[in-house]
Every structure is written in structure tokens, then in C-alpha cells.
Write a protein that binds this ligand. Structure first.
Ligand code: PA5
Length: 444
């Protein structure tokens, strides 16, 4: 097992029988998931994806990644939400948050189309000057405004720089197999295209071409990533008593019912920062509906102990923490003696820095639990591809089970449409004329 759930710090927060008591409900939710008769059951392709994926397309992803590597200094990844976060999270964890500044034989990667800031886009455009570029545009619907706007700009840049024919060879599309503006454009222009399966929703799509192409282009081993997810798929069909994924879903629901409003996922390595963002989308969009759901939040310690630590220790008792404990960091650093010892840190001489980080983790768990904050611990072997594949599947399945226990449809996101309608109306998009005047009257 690449991941182990450690519940030993929960004794003061859970009655002896509580997990046992909720086991039946958890297994019932898991059965609904496996029997495919729950809400949103058209979107369960991710459940068997690690073993049941298109092998021909997988091979094509690896070929395209090799081509991108040969043709580009910079890969522009265009996408938002589920069409963005997973790839970035994986690359920053597997490679580094400093990926673009590392000496390597893979292109730098910049992510655009995940916001509408003209400053951000102009800055990426200026970084691209004088460099060879490839673009991977990702949108399942093919109609999302943010990526469509960014793609329009990068398509023109490539066509102006290379001419239409060469530009086509540098544009890779990941979208629906049959529908949407992007699919139509890809077919008309002859871009190489990859498919987001109909039955896999955006935030569950990191193990499709959505995540796999950028991850492979960054030089990560996607075979190992899928192998790790496949091992988790097998492990997490076990009965509740041996199933850490089901237990985690159950614990979240227990704390929610006890009145906790917030889950804070915590890691002690900044390379997990974007994984935190991926987790927040997965759980926020899946569970936050019908006026229900834990609010997913995150922190990187010890960094955020110097900003959020006071609140967690002493503020309103509304949260529990899920601590991701990486047992083996990618690298270590040996601490040597200093002749002067002006900083008084010679008591650490002869230690590895990972030991200091571990003591910080242990000390913080003890402090926070004593302060009344339940701490669930997820122990991860390391940050290699297999382990990440396992972690992705763990969070996805726990999210679906947890959502069914909450009684919501974990696979839709109706609330996301509200801002879009207002934005389109205010921008004067045809078809939104009536709304425009009404909204403008409300603006100050
Ligand atoms: O999880 C989801 O479905 C969303 O976050 C989408 O991924 C996001 O809105 C982007 O959509 P699309 O891929 O259609 O551009």
C-alpha cells in the first residue's frame, strides 16, 4: 500500500464505536457507486479508468509528448478547473514547483486560460518571445470562455510565427470526441486531438489525456502513474474494515455531522501546493451543493503555521485537518556544525533536514489535537509516480463515496453556471439582452 490511513490521533474526537457505526452507510454508498445506480451515474468512467483506458490513445500521448519535447522550448497548457489543475499538480509534485527553472531536456510549461487577467497573459506572451512554442488546449465542453479566449491569442501567435501549416503541427487539442466548438475547430484545422471520455467529468479527468499529455511532456512516467492508480483501484474494493479509502470518506462524514464545517488538507512540502488546489476543486465542486458540504481548504506547513497557525490552534473550532505525511522526501539535506554557532542551532548538527520537518509535523499534530482540532493522517510512501497515481485514485473514490453519503450528486456542478450567465449578460453576448439591463441596474 502506497498510502496508509493513520487514525491514532483521533482517539479524543471519536467514540470507540463511531467508525464501526458508520461502516454500513459507507459500504452502501460504495455499492451505489459500483452498481452505477446513484445520482450522476453517467459520469463513472474514472472508476475503472486505471485499468480500462484506450491503449492506442495512451501510446499516441507518449508519441505526442516526445514530439513536443523535440519541437518546443515552451509548452503552453490552456485549460481551467478540471482541465488544468491535475496536470499542474502532478508536474509540480513529481518534478518541482521550480520546474521551469530547472536544467532539463523537457520544455518549460506555462498555464494560461485559467483566469481572465490581461496582465498574466501578457506576461506569458513576453516570456514566449524568441522561443519555440507548442500548445495543448484542453476543454471538455470546448466552449469555456477562459481557455477559448487564451487559445484564440496563442493560435494567432503560432500562425504569425510559423505560418498556418507549421502552427497546426504545434497545436494539440484535448476535448470531447464529437461535440463542441474546439472539436469542430480541431477537425477543420487538422490538429492532433485527444479524447476526454464522455463518462469522465472534468475534475475526475487527470488520468485521461487531460492530465497525461502535459505530464508526459514534462518527462514524467505516465505508465507508472497509471500502475499506481490501478493498484489503488484494486485495493479499494476491499470491505470497510480493510479499506482506508472508505474509512476516510466515513471520517469526513462523521466530522461533518459533529458540526465541523471545514476540512483543511495539510502538507509539509511546498511541492504539494497545487495538489491541494486539485483536492479543493475535487471536493468543493463535488460536495458543495444543496446548501451542504464541508468547505475544502488547504495549507502548507510550516509556512502557513506562521500565518494560519494561530487560528487553527486557538480560533473558532470549526475545522479538522487531514495531514499528508510524506515518509520519504525526494531529497534530503545534511546539517553540518557551524564553528561560531551564533544562531544556536548546533544542537541539530548531524541531522537530516527531513528529521526537523518530521519533528515539526509531530509537534504540530500534538499541539493542534490538544487545541481541539481532529487530525486525520494520510501516510504516503514518497512522491513518485506510482504513489501519486494511488493518491489520485484514493481522493477520487473517497470523494464519490463521501458525496453519496451526503446525499448529493458528486458529478455535476450546476452552481458554476451562475457567474457565467451574469458575465455573458454584462458583456452583451447575444441571447442575454434581457438580463443585461437588469444586472446593470444592480451594479454600483
Ligand atoms: O470539473 C469540472 O467539470 C469543471 O471544473 C471543468 O473542468 C471546467 O469548468 C473546465 O471545463 P471545460 O473542460 O469544459 O473547459
Amino acid at each position: 500500500m502506497a498510502l496508509k490511513l493513520n487514525t491514532s490521533y483521533l482517539s479524543g474526537f471519536l467514540g470507540d464505536e463511531e467508525l464501526k457505526g458508520i461502516a454500513v452507510q459507507t459500504e452502501a454508498a460504495a455499492k451505489v457507486l459500483h452498481d452505477k445506480n446513484g445520482l450522476g451515474s453517467d459520469f463513472l468512467g474514472w472508476l475503472t479508468l486505471p485499468t480500462d483506458y484506450d491503449k492506442e490513445e495512451f501510446a499516441r500521448i507518449k508519441e505526442a509528448a516526445a514530439r513536443i519535447k523535440a519541437q518546443a522550448d515552451v509548452l503552453i497548457v490552456i485549460g481551467i478547473g478540471g482541465s488544468y489543475l491535475g496536470a499542474r499538480a502532478a508536474i509540480e509534485l513529481l518534478k518541482s514547483p521550480f520546474y521551469n527553472n530547472m536544467k532539463k531536456d523537457t520544455p518549460d510549461i506555462y498555464y494560461v486560460g485559467n483566469n481572465i487577467s490581461p496582465t498574466y497573459l501578457n506576461e506569458v506572451l513576453s516570456i514566449c518571445e524568441g522561443r519555440d512554442i507548442a500548445v495543448n488546449v484542453i476543454s471538455k465542453s470546448g466552449t469555456t470562455t477562459e481557455p477559448a479566449l487564451a487559445f484564440r491569442i496563442f493560435k494567432k501567435l503560432l500562425e504569425d510565427k510559423y505560418g498556418k501549416d507549421e502552427a497546426k503541427k504545434r497545436i494539440y487539442c484535448t476535448t470531447d470526441k464529437a461535440r463542441g466548438t474546439l472539436k469542430n475547430l480541431a477537425d477543420a484545422e487538422g490538429y492532433e486531438s485527444f479524447v476526454i471520455p464522455d463518462d469522465v467529468g472534468g475534475r475526475f479527468s487527470v488520468l485521461t489525456a487531460v492530465g497525461l499529455l502535459p505530464i508526459a511532456a514534462a518527462g514524467c512516467d505516465i505508465d507508472k502513474l497509471m500502475a499506481g492508480a490501478a493498484a489503488a483501484q484494486k485495493a479499494y474494493t476491499a470491505p470497510f474494515a480493510e479499506n482506508d479509502c472508505y474509512k476516510y470518506a466515513a471520517l469526513r462524514n462523521i466530522f461533518y455531522r459533529k458540526g465541523k464545517a471545514v476540512e483543511m488538507v495539510v502538507s509539509y512540502d511546498p511541492s504539494m501546493a497545487m495538489m491541494n488546489e486539485w483536492y479543493k476543486q475535487l471536493y468543493g465542486e463535488s460536495e458543495g451543493k444543496d446548501n451542504k458540504g464541508l468547505f475544502p481548504s488547504s495549507a502548507i506547513f510550516s509556512t502557513d503555521l506562521h500565518s494560519m497557525g494561530q487560528y487553527i490552534q486557538d480560533g473558532a473550532r470549526l475545522l479538522f485537518e487531514t495531514v499528508i505525511d510524506i515518509k520519504k522526501p525526494k531529497q534530503d539535506l545534511f546539517l553540518e556544525a557551524d564553528a561560531e554557532n551564533a544562531d544556536g542551532l548546533n544542537f541539530l548538527t548531524g541531522q537530516n533536514m527531513s528529521v526537523v520537518n518530521r519533528r515539526a509535523l509531530e509537534g504540530t499534530i500534538l499541539a493542534h489535537t490538544e487545541g481541539g482540532v481532529p487530525n486525520i493522517v494520510l501516510e504516503l510512501d514518497d512522491t513518485a509516480e506510482e504513489t501519486l497515481g494511488w493518491l489520485i485514485y484514493f481522493f477520487e473514490k473517497a470523494c464519490a463515496v463521501s458525496g453519496y453519503m451526503l446525499g448529493v450528486n458528486p458529478f455535476n456542478q450546476p452552481g458554476v453556471e451562475s457567474y457565467k450567465k451574469n458575465m455573458f449578460a454584462l458583456l452583451g453576448k447575444p441571447g442575454y439582452e434581457d438580463m443585461k439591463a437588469a444586472l446593470e441596474a444592480k451594479l454600483h
